[in-house]
Design a binder for this molecule. Structure first.
Ligand code: GLC
Ligand code: MG
Length: 422
C-alpha cells in the first residue's frame, strides 16, 4: 500500500476464477491482454487487488497455472485473509477482528448434521471460513434450516454470513468478513490517500457484496453466474455504476475500464501489429511492455518480416549498450538484436508468450530511468522468469535502451538460451 506516493488513480479489485481468469481460455488471451494494459498504463500509479474465495494454498496453485500479475494486495478465503505486497505480509489485525462473535466449533457441529453438505478439501477450511459443496437445487433450503439451527444454538443471524457461489459452493463466515467488508476495511486504511476510482469485478455469489461498497464502479462479467445476476436485479438494478459486460472475464474488465472512462482501454496486445508503436507515451512501463511484445510477435512470425522492423528496434538501443544475460555472460546489446533478427518465426505455431510483471521505475537523472520488472516467458511447457533491470534514456523521439541486466528467478531452469534475447 505504501508503493504509491499519492492516492491511486484506479484501484482495481478483481475476483480470480472466471473473472480475471477464464478457465475456458487455454491460451489465456484475455488475461494476457489485461496484463499488458495494466503494466503499460496503470501499474505506476494504480493499485491491483485480487479478491478470491481461494485459500492461500489454492491461490498459489492458480498462480502456477495461469499468467497472473502480482497484485499489490491479495484478499483470500472470501475476504477472511488479507496479504500485502510481493512478500505477502498478512494483515493480522484484520484476522483478529474477525474473532468477534465467531464460534467456529458451533458452525462445524451444526453443519456436520447435513448430509447435503459435502465438506470441501482441508486446504479450503480456514480459521474464519467453513466451506462445503451443495447441490444448486438444495442450497436455499439448506441455508434456511442451517440459519435456524444456528440461532437455536445461540448464534445470532447477525453474527454469521452464509454465501452461495458458483452454483456449487457454500461458505460460512463471521458476519464481519466477506469480500465487501474486506474492501471497506482496506479503503478505511488509506488515510487521506483514498483511491480516486475503484472498479470491482466479479462473476459469482461471493462477489456480490463488492458491488454494494459505496462509491465503487463495478463490472459483472458476461459469464456471471445466475446467483449474482439475480442478486443484482433485486438490490442494485438501477445503479448506473454497475455494468454487465458483453465480454467474458478479463476482456469484460477491459471493457469496463473503457465504459467508465477509467483510463486507456486498448491493450498494447490489440493494437501492436507493427512496431510503429506510439512514441508519445513516455511512460517506462509502456515502453517495456511494447518492446517485449515486439520481440514476441517477431519470434511468432506475427509481424511482417521486414528490415524496417529490425531497424526500428535497433534505433531504440544504444549502439554501445551492454546486455548481462541471466547466466552471467555479457554481450553487446546489438548482438542480441542480430540474434533476434535470425529468430524470425522460430516460435510460429508453438506455444510461446512473453509478459512482464511488477514494472517499477525510478527517475535517477533528468532524462534517465532505472526500470525493474519480472520478465516471464512461457515456451511450450516451460515457464521462466528473469528479474530484469534496464537503464533507459529519454530522448525527444522516445526511450533509448542503454543497459539490460537479467537474473534468473528461483524456479526458472538454467537452460542454455536458444538465442541471445533480452
Ligand atoms: C473458492 C474457494 C472455495 C469457496 C469458493 C466460493 O473456490 O476455494 O473454498 O467455497 O471459492 O467462495
Ligand atoms: Mg469467480
Amino acid at each position: 500500500m505504501d508503493r504509491l506516493d499519492n492516492a491511486a488513480r484506479v484501484m482495481l479489485v478483481s475476483d480470480l476464477d472466471y473473472t480475471m481468469v477464464d478457465h475456458n481460455d487455454s491460451e489465456n488471451n484475455a488475461l494476457l491482454r489485461f496484463n499488458a494494459l495494466w503494466e503499460a498504463y496503470f501499474r505506476h500509479d494504480s493499485l491491483l487487488v485480487f479478491s478470491t474465495g481461494r485459500s492461500p494454498i489454492s491461490y498459489k496453485e492458480l498462480r502456477n497455472e495461469k499468467p497472473l500479475l502480482t497484485p499489490d494486495i491479495t484478499v483470500m478465503s472470501v475476504g477472511t485473509e488479507i496479504a500485502y505486497g510481493d512478500s505477502f505480509v498478512p494483515d493480522v489485525d484484520w484476522e483478529q477482528s474477525l474473532n468477534h462473535k465467531w464460534d467456529r466449533k458451533i458452525v462445524t457441529e451444526e453443519t456436520d448434521k447435513f448430509s447435503e453438505l459435502v465438506l470441501q478439501s482441508e486446504t479450503e477450511q480456514r480459521p474464519h471460513k467453513v466451506s462445503f459443496f451443495v447441490d444448486k437445487a438444495k442450497a436455499s433450503k439448506v441455508i434456511e434450516v442451517l440459519e435456524a439451527r444456528l440461532v437455536e444454538r445461540g448464534v445470532k443471524f447477525s453474527d454469521i454470513k452464509i454465501i452461495y457461489s458458483g452454483g456449487v459452493a457454500l461458505d460460512v463466515l463471521p458476519r464481519g468478513a466477506g469480500k465487501g467488508q474486506a474492501l471497506s476495511y482496506l479503503t478505511n486504511k488509506f488515510d487521506g490517500k483514498t483511491p480516486r476510482n475503484t472498479l470491482v469485478c466479479g462473476d459469482s455469489g461471493n462477489d456480490a457484496e463488492l458491488f454494494s461498497v459505496p462509491g465503487v464502479y463495478g463490472v459483472m462479467v458476461s459469464n456471471a453466474q445466475e446467483e449474482l445476476l439475480q442478486w443484482h436485479a433485486l438490490n442494485l438494478k438501477n445503479n448506473q455504476n454497475i455494468l454487465h459486460s458483453s465480454e467474458r472475464c478479463a476482456a469484460g474488465i477491459i471493457q469496463a475500464i473503457g465504459h467508465f472512462d477509467l483510463g486507456p482501454c486498448i491493450s498494447p496486445r490489440d493494437k501492436m501489429d507493427s512496431l510503429e508503436y506510439s512514441k508519445q507515451n513516455m511512460n517506462p512501463g509502456f515502453e517495456v511492455v511494447n518492446m517485449y511484445l515486439a520481440c514476441e510477435k517477431w519470434q511468432r512470425g506475427e509481424v511482417d518480416k521486414s528490415e524496417k522492423f529490425i531497424q526500428n528496434l535497433k534505433s531504440n538501443f544504444l549502439s554501445s549498450g551492454v546486455f548481462v544475460h541471466a547466466s552471467g555472460v555479457e554481450k553487446p546489446l546489438y548482438d542480441c538484436l542480430d540474434a533476434l533478427e535470425k529468430s524470425y518465426g522460430h516460435m510460429q505455431g508453438r506455444r510461446f508468450t512473453v509478459w512482464v510483471d511488477r514494472v517499477s521505475s525510478a527517475q535517477i537523472g533528468s532524462d534517465t530511468w532505472l526500470v525493474k520488472f519480472d520478465k516471464w516467458e512461457l515456451s511450450g511447457k516451460e515457464c521462466r522468469c528473469c528479474l530484469t533491470t534496464v537503464l533507459l534514456n529519454l530522448k525527444p523521439k522516445g526511450f533509448t535502451w542503454m543497459h539490460v541486466h537479467q537474473t534468473w528467478m528461483n524456479g526458472s531452469t538454467l537452460e542454455t538460451e536458444r538465442v541471445w534475447l533480452f
